[in-house]
Design a protein around this ligand. Structure first.
Ligand code: ARG
Ligand code: GLU
Length: 719
């Protein structure tokens, strides 16, 4: 028996192990380490085809879209494909009740009809270099933490400045492995980006919040933009004279379709994962922070949702904002569920016990105190996390609060007697005046006021409230009178009415600001108090977080020393990564199996005239009735819509190209499955799947639904 056990264990482990280690977000520059594995899983191209230092490669087609998404060039005329939900704000900003592009979609018939989007910028990585040695240069063991910090920051600043001057590019240095490695990234940033085509929201967001983070999925989550450049093909500010940018690489688009187990890879900008944290950190984020956020957002979504249903203007105003509040609200619920199912905290504790055992004899015990120190540091952080989350999600939930705070520079400078010149005061004033119309365009003051009333109280009944379960609020007013107080503030404040505010700002001067209406505004003064309180939490919180970051840097290094045979990947940090896996369905619960793709038949079956999330576009129904799918149907004659695969992705991977073994575009990533939402903290190959839009559905919508064949002609379709 004694000898059988290890053998049995071996067999069991081999059987249970995923066929492939799908977890990982790899640095493209170092992809040669994964090349053999990728090839063994079906890849037909080389690591060099994906990222090359010397030649153009697939990398030249991948862009960061805005700050939180990915996009890719799909034509030689700078056509960029990304998700609908990444473009939601841009589409909405061009929409009004008369030009309701949200409801009806938008398709530019030619270059001149494309709509400039000043807020959408596109960043292209030109190259990356390991600069770890240079960043850590001259740092010695004898230095104190703050000395190290200072020197490192100044090294980073100097290196960045020098490289930017020499290259003429935008340069940044990013830390990897919690500060154990550093890379320099050379970027081109394109600011002239124009909206080319977007499906109606009924396609682009089909399934709405109900289906968000859920498989099976039928969302046509895509939008087309075009990047413009100057006469020399370089980034430039918007100008009517700019020309479509010509990328070094435009992706080929495959019509060949996909089968179960096909090799796929995703190339994009994952924003943030935390795979190497301690059990204390996981407990804090899933048991303290997330429940406060979820609870507060439930209330906020109820208020906004009700107002959107009542009024069309409000629906347009809050469309993108609602989606973004709901997105994290739902994700965090899935994450809590996933961590529980995996016994995530217990698993981390088991690992920590092993670590402690290893540390006892390793290198004279240098890491002996590491975990106890981390535990203590998280205990210290706990009350700040709790209070800051309450502040962020509740007290500061009314949009008025951050908006009013943005006017602070006008007054603080005066109050703190800092030497502000009249000139800089005027520049600030102009900037703030310009921000006013945009703010009011998307604000329903009544909705904001309701949020203010309902959320300014920190729940007395919350289990996680360390304030002895008493309701806490900033101003000491009994319940009934608090509402009156808020009504009065909103009624009297100059900030709650666009015209009143503009008049006040027009009359504002450097000389009269101290005695101005702003200085005396009730709401302004309330906001000042909110921020004072916020600062009193944030300052110690950030200090404590910094201490944790230092410890986590050491813990990361120690984990790599302990598991020296493991191929570690750095946590996502909004830099370009490659992740790979295979097309595959999964088994979400007892007796249930999810197939790997969805079709238009499934979309039609979901139709529900009483649920706005499941309204089906008329034209889509007509095309369905005629089975008019053109070349976009699969071998069974179905129109494929979405598919799942085991690529390890996260937020920021939205819009990322999903490529086949030959490096051709087969889809765009837009979500993860409900059962796999915990993958930012812990990956499980049996449950974690990325959800992608099948490129054939995207082409079908452009071609058959919108009749925009001129766009298809720009692309390079291959069989
Ligand atoms: N869950 C996806 C992501 O994390 C899509 C979000 C947008 N869609 C939505 N229904 N809110 O970004
Ligand atoms: N929808 C996400 C995004 O905007 C991608 C899904 C995920 O978080 O995996 O980036």
């Amino acid at each position: 028996m004694k000898y059988l056990k290890p053998f049995l264990f071996f067999v069991l482990v081999t059987l249970c192990l995923p066929m492939f280690p799908d977890e990982g977000m790899w640095i493209p520059l170092l992809l040669n380490h994964n090349e053999a594995d990728m090839k063994s899983r079906g890849m037909k191209i080389t690591a060099e085809d994906i990222y090359s230092v010397n030649h153009s490669s697939l990398k030249d087609a991948i862009v960061k879209f805005g700050s939180g998404c990915t996009g890719e060039f799909i034509s030689e005329q700078g056509l960029v494909l990304t998700n609908y939900h990444c473009a939601h704000g841009a589409i909405q900003s061009h929409s009004s009740i008369d030009h309701d592009y949200l409801t009806h979609g938008f398709w530019a018939a030619n270059y001149s009809e494309e709509l400039p989007c000043p807020d959408a910028k596109v960043t292209l990585l030109v190259k990356m270099e390991d600069v770890t040695k240079l960043v850590l240069q001259d740092i010695t063991k004898e230095m104190t933490e703050s000395e190290v910090d200072k020197l490192r920051s100044s090294n980073i600043a100097n290196l960045t400045k020098q490289a930017a001057e020499e290259s003429g590019m935008k340069v940044e240095i990013r830390s990897f492995f919690s500060g154990n490695q550093y890379y320099m990234l050379y970027n081109q940033v394109f600011e002239d980006v124009r909206l080319v085509g977007a499906p109606p929201i009924g396609i682009g967001k089909f399934g709405g919040e109900t289906d968000n983070w859920v498989w099976p999925r039928h969302t046509g989550d895509f939008t087309l933009f075009r990047v413009y450049a100057d006469a020399d093909n370089n980034p430039a500010k918007y100008s009517a004279n700019n020309k479509p940018y010509q990328p070094k690489t435009a992706l080929k688009i495959s019509l060949a379709g996909i089968k179960e187990q096909d090799f796929t890879f995703v190339f994009g900008y994952p924003a943030r994962t935390n795979e190497y944290l301690t059990s204390y950190a996981i407990a804090q984020t899933t048991q303290i922070e997330a429940p406060i956020l979820i609870n507060a957002r439930t209330k906020r979504l109820n208020i906004i949702g009700a107002a959107m249903q009542k009024d069309d203007k409000t629906r347009i105003q809050y469309s993108a904002k609602y989606a973004s509040i709901a997105n994290a609200w739902k994700k965090r619920q899935g994450e809590i569920r996933g961590i529980k199912k995996l016994n995530g905290i217990e698993e981390k504790q088991k690992f920590e016990a092993q670590f402690q055992e290893w540390a006892a004899t390793y290198a004279g015990g240098v890491y002996n105190e590491l975990l106890p120190s981390l535990k203590k540091a998280y205990d210290n952080l706990h009350p700040y996390v709790e209070q800051a989350t309450y502040m962020n999600e509740q007290l500061m939930a009314p949009e008025m609060i951050r908006f009013i705070h943005s006017f602070d520079p006008l007054l603080t400078n005066v109050k703190s007697k800092q030497k502000t010149s009249e000139e800089s005061f005027n520049t600030t004033l102009t900037r703030l005046k310009n921000s006013v119309p945009d703010f009011f365009k998307n604000l329903n003051v009544e909705v904001d006021k309701t949020i203010f009333k309902e959320l300014s109280i920190i729940d007395g009944d919350s289990k996680n409230n360390s304030n002895g379960n008493k309701p806490v609020r900033l101003v000491d007013f009994p319940d009934k009178e608090f509402d009156k107080y808020v009504d009065e503030m909103y009624a009297k404040s100059i900030f709650t009415d666009q015209q009143r505010l503009m008049e006040a700002l027009d009359n504002l001067t450097f000389k009269n600001v101290e005695k101005s209406k702003i200085a005396k505004d009730m709401l302004y003064n309330y906001v000042e108090r909110v921020y004072q309180r916020y600062e009193s939490i944030r300052t110690p919180q950030l200090k404590q977080q910094k201490a944790i970051d230092e410890l986590q840097c050491t813990y990361m290094q120690a984990q790599m020393e302990m598991q020296h045979n493991k191929n570690f990947y750095p946590d996502a940090n909004s830099t370009l990564r490659v992740t790979y896996g295979n097309v595959s369905g999964y088994n979400p619960s007892d007796a249930v199996f999810y197939k790997y793709y969805t079709t238009l038949d499934g979309l039609i079956a979901k139709e529900d005239p009483n649920n706005a999330d499941y309204t089906v576009e008329k034209k889509l129904k007509t095309l369905y009735a005629k089975q008019d799918y053109g070349p976009y149907a699969n071998a069974q004659g179905e129109l494929p819509i979405a598919f799942v695969a085991s690529n390890h992705t996260t937020g920021g991977n939205s819009g990322s190209p999903v490529l086949n073994a030959k490096g051709e575009l087969i889809g765009i990533n837009f979500d993860r499955t409900w059962e796999g939402t915990m993958s930012d903290l812990m990956y499980d190959v049996t449950q974690c799947r990325n959800i992608s839009l099948d490129i054939r559905y995207c082409l079908f919508v452009i071609d058959k639904f919108a009749g925009a064949q001129h766009l298809i002609q720009e692309m390079n379709l291959v069989k």
